[in-house]
Design a protein around this ligand. Sequence first.
Ligand code: NI
Length: 139
Amino acid sequence: MEDSMLKRFSVSMEGTLLTKFDELVAKRGYTNRSEAVRDLVREAILEEIWEADEQLIAGTVMLFYNHHQRNLLEEMTTIQHEWHDLIMATTHFHLNHDNCLELIVVQGKVDEVRALSDRLTSLKGVDYGKFTIAPVEKI
Ligand code: NI
């Protein structure tokens, strides 16, 4: 059951570490330490989720590539049709004469979505690929 009530707890740390933390809080533009701690905790939990294969997640696969690469477009389309049940949307941007950016929004079990992302980002001709995830259930 979701509990959105804010709870307080106290944290002890060395002065030097706290100074560095306060610098990080300022640099990232947080208005207070609590917000920064909440985000750091969420980040740590996300890393755990990443390891739990059955966890349901949503995310994006971003692909940057040269569309002149032989067979690349065909392979991409074939893979996306093969995994269509994980793909919610695909948006293609023609960046310039040669290069494209494709953004694929995915949802499913983390191991399946990760496998799809690996297939796409490892294709020959994909210069840069990035997979980002968010849990479907609030953390
Ligand atoms: Ni294009």
